[in-house]
Write a protein that binds this ligand. Structure first.
Ligand code: ATP
Ligand code: MG
Length: 369
């Protein structure tokens, strides 16, 4: 069992982040990946439900910022943790080298249009933090034409303050920014690059830029450390996630997303007594308009409406009997009732078809986890 949780990885501005002593291969007390699958799947189910409430309530927006060295697993984390969510309420933005138009503006300009509306989640796959990472390592600001009054200014130090102020402004106006640094070791990065070169289907991921940036490893580490220590606050924390084990990084990020949404604690909107009375009237006339008797719909298993999550559970358990047993226990139903319910699943058709679908879905998240 995992024991650590996310607190050891959370920085709110008090405890200092020391990148030299940070254990990137930490597994948080788990023996191996298989021990963590069950929690990961349960977290996804909970995140799914909370995101629906967040969207329905439309009270608060959330930004999850992801920063990392190349090959740390950003894309995989985002894919596995967020792809159970409705695309309706979640948007991912990938920020690359700024375009000519973007560079002709202040560095925060391009992020305004990516801010989430209330109820929405924005995923920033890289962000304005690049401006204090690659921007710092390569002193990119020196290439910009700046007004004279900015020539003697410590630009990077100034940006930490500006970013903190920007995030505070967002928090005060209804948007949380949660920052996640996937911290991979230099050795593990080398292993992943080699695997990308050796595996044909991964070849497209290699870029000469990645190899070039690796030469600046120590400068990047210094920049990450200072960034975390200069921009962590209690309202906009940084999480530094050990990323040498992909499954543990994914589990940890699922915990962070879950904890964030639980803290927001969104509620289903309730309608007023007047409106309730009105819809009851409406209900009456709808029922009267029916040609036959009104029958409530068959009970559904909402958690399993998502084939990905369902597949995850099945792949994990492999045998049909075990699955039925689990569902029966969770839903407090008899085995026969579970079989019947599974057969009623509109997407899947029958349990056998479901198991077959799972067997075919080998690129499923649990495979990756
Ligand atoms: P993947 O390689 O998985 O497609 P990626 O995020 O690494 O994803 P790339 O196109 O390889 O995408 O890299 C984006 C590059 O853009 C990074 O090298 C990053 O440092 C750079 N970048 C992002 N923002 C800025 C910025 N503000 N200034 C300069 N470079 C930036
Ligand atoms: Mg890249």
């Amino acid at each position: 069992m995992g024991t650590g949780g996310i607190d050891p990885y959370k920085y709110v501005g008090r405890k200092k982040f020391n990148i030299k002593t940070f254990d990137t291969s930490d597994m948080g007390g788990f023996g191996d990946r298989s021990e963590a699958v069950d929690e990961f799947v349960r977290n996804l189910l909970k995140i799914n439900k909370l995101q629906q409430k967040l969207y329905a309530e439309r009270k608060e927006g959330v930004i999850f910022v992801f920063q990392a060295m190349d090959a740390a697993g950003k894309d995989g984390v985002i894919r596995t943790v967020f792809n159970t969510l409705s695309p309706h309420g979640v948007k991912e933005y990938c920020f690359k080298v700024p375009s000519a138009e973007e560079s002709s503006h202040d560095y925060l300009w391009r992020f305004w249009s990516a801010l989430p509306a209330r109820g929405y989640i924005s995923i920033f796959n890289r962000s304005y933090y690049e401006d204090v990472l690659v921007g710092k390592v390569h002193k990119l600001y020196e290439n910009q034409i700046l007004p004279d009054r900015m020539h003697d200014v410590d630009i990077i130090r100034q940006r930490y303050t500006q970013i903190k102020n920007f995030e505070k402004y967002l928090y005060d106006t209804g948007t949380r920014v949660i920052k996640i640094f996937l911290n991979v070791s230099k050795d593990e990065q080398a292993r992943r690059f080699v695997s990308r070169i050796d595996t044909e289907r991964k070849n497209w991921k290699i870029s000469s830029g990645d190899i070039k940036e690796r030469q600046y490893w120590d400068d990047y580490m210094e920049a990450f450390e200072t960034m975390v220590n200069s921009t962590s606050t209690s309202i906009n924390p940084w999480y530094v996630v050990p990323a040498d084990h992909k499954w543990y990084a994914r589990l940890t990020v699922s915990r962070i997303v879950l904890a964030t949404l639980e803290e927001i604690d969104p509620q289903w909107p309730v309608i007023s007594d007047d409106e309730l009375e009105m819809v009851q009237e409406y209900r009456k006339s709808l029922v009267e308009s029916l040609s036959g008797e009104y029958e409530p719909p068959e009970m559904q298993l909402p958690d399993f409406a998502n084939p990905g999550v369902l597949a995850a559970r099945i792949v994990e358990n492999e045998e049909r009997g075990k699955i039925v047993e689990q569902i029966a226990r969770r839903k407090e139903l008899g085995f026969g009732a579970v079989e019947k319910l599974l057969e009623q699943q509109p997407v899947i058709g029958s349990l056998d078809a479901l198991i077959e679908a799972v067997a075919n879905a080998k690129d499923n998240r649990v495979e990756e986890f």
